[in-house]
Design a protein around this ligand. Structure first.
Ligand SMILES: Cc1cc2nc3c(=O)[nH]c(=O)nc-3n(C[C@H](O)[C@H](O)[C@H](O)COP(=O)(O)O)c2cc1C
Length: 322
C-alpha cells in the first residue's frame, strides 16, 4: 500500500481474480485492490497473460508474489513492474502445506534474512514500491520482540510498508481456513508496531467486518485491509470512498453496479470467459437485503445467463420483496 492508501481488499486465492476486482472497483475508486498470490516461478515460467493481465480500471493494484528465492523474486518483480502493477508485495502469511514445502509464505517469518534478501534483490531491479504482508508470528514465536526483529531486518533491506494479519499462523495441525479463525486476533501488537516504527506504513488485517471498525483502526495505524467481509458483503465497498476517504461522490446503487458489471460480463463473454466464472463473485451483492436469497438463486441455477440479470433489473426484481 502506498502512504495514501487507507483501505484495501485482501489478496484471496481463487477469489480476487480480475473479474472480482473489476466488480469491486465499480463500488470504490479509492480502495486498493490486490491480486491473488501468484508464485514467482509461475510468473517467470507460466502463461503471463493469463496470470497477470487486468483491466486498466483496476488500478491501484498490488501484485502479490509468493516465493523465497531472491533471484526469482527479483525477476518476477521486474515482470510485474513491466506489466504496470502499482506495488509488488511478498506473501509472508500463507500457511498452506504446498507453500511451506516451497519454503515461502508464513514460514518466512522464521527467516527474516531471506525476506530481506528478496527485498534487496527486488529493489535493485524495480522502482515500483515494495511491501510485505505478514502475520504477527508463527508457531513458537511468542514474543512481540520477535515480530519487531522481523520488521527491523526487512525494513533495513529497504521495505517500509507492511500489512500485518493480526494473528499468528500455526504451521502444523491447522488448515489454511482454520488458520484464519483459530489463532486469536491481537490487534494491540500491530498498533505497537506502528508506535515503535512511526515512519513505516503499517496496515492491519484480520477479522474486520465494517467501515466503522476500519475507522477505529485508522486512529492507530495507516490502513486497514478487509478480506472475507469484503468478498461476502461486497456492497460495503460502495461506502468506502465516502466514509473512509471523505469523497463527496454519490454512493452508487446496487442496481447501477449490476448494470455496469453486466456490460463488463458481455464484453468478457465475447472473449469466451464463462459467465459463471464472473457471476460467482457477485452472489453477495444483495447481502442482508429482502431479495438476497432470490438473487443468489438466480445465479445458482443450472444455466446462468446474462439476460437473467437484465430481466432482474428490467422487471424491478431488484427492488421486490422476496
Ligand atoms: C479464500 C481465501 C484465500 C486467501 N488467499 C490469500 C493469498 O493468496 N495471499 C494472502 O496473503 N492471503 C490470502 N488470504 C488471507 C487474506 O488475505 C486475509 O489475510 C485473511 O482472510 C484475514 O482477513 P479477513 O479476516 O478480513 O478475511 C486468503 C483468504 C481467503 C479467505
Amino acid at each position: 500500500m502506498n502512504s495514501q492508501t487507507k483501505f484495501s481488499v485482501a489478496p484471496m486465492m481463487d477469489w480476487t481474480d480480475r473479474h472480482c476486482r473489476y466488480f469491486h472497483r465499480l463500488m470504490s475508486k479509492n480502495a486498493q485492490l490486490w491480486t491473488e498470490m501468484v508464485t514467482a516461478k509461475a510468473v517467470i515460467h507460466g502463461d503471463k497473460k493469463r496470470l497477470l493481465d487486468y483491466d486498466a480500471q483496476e488500478h491501484s493494484l498490488v501484485l502479490q508474489l509468493g516465493g523465497g528465492d531472491p533471484k526469482e523474486m527479483a525477476t518476477a518483480a521486474k515482470i510485474g513492474q513491466d506489466w504496470g502493477y502499482d506495488e509488488i508485495n511478498i506473501n509472508v502469511g500463507c500457511p498452506s502445506d504446498r507453500v511451506q514445502s516451497g519454503s515461502f509464505g508464513a514460514c518466512l517469518m522464521q527467516t527474516p534474512d531471506t525476506v530481506a534478501q528478496c527485498i534487496e534483490a527486488m529493489g535493485e531491479v524495480v522502482d515500483t514500491p515494495l511491501s510485505v504482508k505478514s502475520r504477527i508470528g508463527v508457531d513458537d514465536m511468542q514474543n512481540y520482540e520477535e515480530l519487531t526483529n522481523f520488521i527491523e531486518i526487512v525494513n533495513n533491506a529497504g521495505c517500509d510498508n507492511f500489512v500485518i494479519h493480526a494473528r499468528k499462523a500455526w504451521l502444523q495441525g491447522l488448515s489454511p481456513k482454520e488458520n484464519r479463525t483459530v489463532p486469536p486476533l491481537n490487534y494491540d501488537w500491530v498498533y505497537r508496531v506502528k508506535k515503535d516504527f512511526p515512519k513505516l506504513t503499517i496496515g492491519i488485517n484480520g477479522g474486520i467486518t465494517s467501515l466503522s471498525e476500519v475507522n477505529e483502526h485508522l486512529s492507530q495505524v495507516d490502513n486497514a485491509m478487509l478480506g472475507r467481509a469484503a468478498y461476502h458483503q461486497p456492497y460495503l465497498l460502495a461506502n468506502v470512498d465516502q466514509e473512509i476517504h471523505q469523497s463527496s461522490r454519490p454512493v452508487i446503487s446496487r442496481e447501477q453496479v449490476l448494470l455496469e458489471f453486466v456490460a463488463y460480463m458481455k464484453k468478457q463473454q465475447a472473449n469466451s470467459v464463462p459467465v459463471r466464472s464472473m457471476t460467482r463473485h457477485i452472489l453477495g451483492l444483495y447481502h442482508a437485503q429482502p431479495n438476497a436469497k432470490k438473487f443468489k438463486r438466480l445465479l445458482s441455477g443450472k444455466v446462468v445467463e446474462i439476460d437473467h440479470l437484465y430481466q432482474w433489473l428490467d422487471q424491478g426484481e431488484a427492488f421486490a420483496e422476496s
